[in-house]
Structure formats: structure tokens, C-alpha cells
Design a protein around this ligand. Structure first.
Ligand code: FES
Length: 347
């Protein structure tokens, strides 16, 4: 799986401090489907905590994709989650990678992730090398891509972007809400999970491999879509941007993409760490990347500003493009308004 770094949320949650605070806000957004015919569900209380798991079954349902069950250690339940949630997985090397949960939220004994092997991807290579019995630590789950109330859904997934979408489809189906799924990919052999979803309702699932007609246009992805449907898309940035541009004004659109947002019109600046060194941030790099070269212990998770993990206090200077709120900066996306900021890594 391409490491599914997250972005494009329609309603970024407030997250003035650490991830735990953000999670509380997100839980409210994932309170469930309240449409006619939808079942009422108790709200999930998501907790940002460290969870010990052991790798259980490992399957390879299609080319380059490993599906892993991560079984909770001990007798207790794993923390609850809702469709769209992800966990941060601490890999054996110490790398931290985010993966969407694609299993059944009702199964509180295990989480399931599906990971595509990315050429040159150190995280995905480590995941593919995991074997049953390996113990891991997770953080989360967190939800930056919550399924909100809607009268109908159109789900669009590009390749391994099916992972957060799959539990959404099952949820909508179980709740009796109208839904359709379009899944694209290079070929059917590289498109996991949607064959299982097609078993729920074959006429609602369109599996659209590029080798049978080329990459679909946004118009083709949206063909026949209910104008009232909320559109949920996870895939590569070009797919998301094309859909966003093609949708009629007012139609609800929620997306999650695989990579951090590009740096647009970046200018170089300096981050001075209080009591520490001054670090030059080039125009085409984030402060987080530059700081971590000197301080690799600085934590991060989403790399897109919303999780709160990299938020720190700004002691001098101001920032732009910054979701962290007054007096703070998200090192992963915030940039100095001037030439220099001073930050407190003590947070
Ligand atoms: S806010 Fe999540 S890593 Fe920066």
C-alpha cells in the first residue's frame, strides 16, 4: 500500500494541542448515519493511545498487496473505531507509518490493514516482511476521514485507496443507505477488496481497471451519480482534483489522498529551536523535514497539518498556511511569514 498520508478533509477538526485532543473532536464528526432507515449507533469514543498487537493472519489477495490482521494482546477489546479511521504502525525499524483500517469495526479483537508494496518504499517493504507472531505497537486509531450523514453515497477509490472506503461501503450497506462504489486500478489483479464488496450488491460496484479502456475521466467516475449523494474519494491527487473540479457546486465531497500536499510558492526561512540550533528550511521542503534532520525524535504522523502530532509553540515570529492556531505551528505544513521563527520543541 502506498503509505496513505492523509489530506483533503472537508471539515478539519480543531486540534490545538496533541492528537488526543483532535480525536475527541473527530469522534463527534463520526457519530453515524442518521438518515431514514439507518440504524442508530452508540458514539465511539476514540482514544489516542498506544496499543500492543501481534501480527495474525497475513494474506495476499492480489498482486503487491498484503492484508494483515493485527490481533490485540491480552484479553481486552481493542479501542473502537469507525470507517475512515487509521492507525500509526511502529515498524520494527522504528519507522512510523499510517494505514487505514479496512476490517470490521465490530471485531474488537483485531484490526485489519492492507498495504501495497511500493517500489523503493521502506515502510511498505517492512510491512510485507512481517510474519505472524511479530509484535508491534500501534497508535490510535484516529479518524481524519469520517463518514458523515448523507442520504446517499458515491464512493470512489483509486487502487489501494479502497482501504478506508471498504468499511464505509459495508457501513452504508448495513444501514440501508443508498450507495455506489467505483474502484479503479491498473488491472483487476491490482485491485483488492472491491471483489468482496461486490458480493454485497453486485449492481452497485463498478470495478474499472485501466487496462480495459484507459484511465477514466472524472465524468466517467461520476456518471449516474445521485446529485444528493455525498462523494467520498480516496486515491491519487489527480483523481481527487479532477473529481473536485467536475462536481456540481454544493455537492458534498470528502477526500483523502496518498501524499502530503505540495508546497506551493514556498520561500526559504529559518526555524530556530529555543535553546538549540538554527535550521534552514529550503523553499521546497517542510520545516518538519528540515527539523527532523537535526532532531529525528520530533514526532509526526499525518504530515498534513491535522493530527496535531507535530504542533509546537511559536515563541517569535508568525506563520502562514498554518492550521495549528494562534501562537503555534504545525511543522509539517506551516511556514514562516517572515524570514525566521523561533519554536519551542517542548511543545
Ligand atoms: S499535524 Fe500531523 S504531522 Fe503535522
Amino acid at each position: 500500500m502506498t503509505p496513505p498520508l492523509r489530506t483533503g478533509r472537508v471539515a478539519p477538526p480543531p486540534h490545538p494541542h496533541r492528537g488526543a485532543t483532535a480525536l475527541s473532536a473527530l469522534t463527534t464528526l463520526t457519530a453515524g448515519l442518521a438518515t431514514a432507515g439507518a440504524r442508530r449507533r452508540r458514539p465511539v469514543t476514540e482514544v489516542d493511545r498506544t496499543v500492543a498487537v501481534t501480527v495474525g493472519a497475513v494474506t495476499r489477495p492480489c498482486r503487491d498487496v498484503a492484508v494483515l490482521d493485527l490481533v490485540g494482546d491480552g484479553d481486552g477489546d481493542l479501542p473502537a473505531w469507525r470507517p475512515g479511521a487509521h492507525v500509526d504502525v511502529e515498524l520494527p525499524s522504528g519507522l512510523l507509518r499510517q494505514y487505514s483500517l479496512c476490517g470490521d469495526p465490530a471485531d474488537r479483537r483485531r484490526y485489519r490493514i492492507a498495504v501495497r508494496a511500493v517500489p523503493g518504499g521502506s515502510g511498505s517493504a517492512q510491512v510485507h516482511a512481517l510474519t505472524p507472531g511479530t509484535r508491534l505497537r500501534l497508535h490510535g486509531p484516529r479518524n481524519a476521514f469520517p463518514l458523515a450523514t448523507a442520504p446517499a453515497y458515491l464512493f470512489v477509490a483509486g487502487g489501494i485507496g479502497i482501504t478506508p472506503i471498504a468499511p464505509m461501503v459495508r457501513d452504508a450497506h448495513a444501514a440501508g443507505v443508498e450507495w455506489r462504489l467505483v474502484h479503479t486500478g491498473r488491472d483487476l489483479a491490482s485491485m483488492p477488496l472491491s471483489d468482496e464488496l461486490a458480493a454485497l450488491a453486485p449492481d452497485r460496484v463498478l470495478r474499472r481497471p485501466d487496462d480495459a479502456g484507459g484511465p477514466p475521466s472524472a465524468g466517467a467516475l461520476l456518471a449516474g451519480a445521485d446529485p444528493e449523494a455525498a462523494v467520498y474519494c480516496c486515491g491519487p491527487p489527480p483523481m481527487i482534483e479532477a473529481l473536485r473540479a467536475a462536481l456540481p457546486a454544493g455537492q458534498r465531497f470528502h477526500s483523502e489522498r496518498f501524499s502530503p500536499p505540495p508546497i506551493r510558492d514556498g520561500r526559504p526561512f529559518t526555524v530556530a529551536i529555543a535553546g538549540g540550533p538554527e535550521i534552514a528550511v529550503p523553499a521546497d521542503r517542510t520545516a518538519l523535514d528540515a527539523v527532523r534532520e537535526v532532531r529525528p525524535d520530533v514526532p509526526y504522523s499525518c504530515r498534513q497539518g491535522f493530527c496535531g502530532t507535530c504542533h509546537v509553540r511559536v515563541l517569535e515570529g508568525t506563520t502562514v498556511a498554518d492550521p495549528a492556531g494562534p501562537g503555534r505551528t504545525a511543522l509539517c505544513v506551516g511556514r514562516a511569514a517572515g524570514e525566521r521563527i523561533v519554536v519551542d520543541l517542548g511543545r
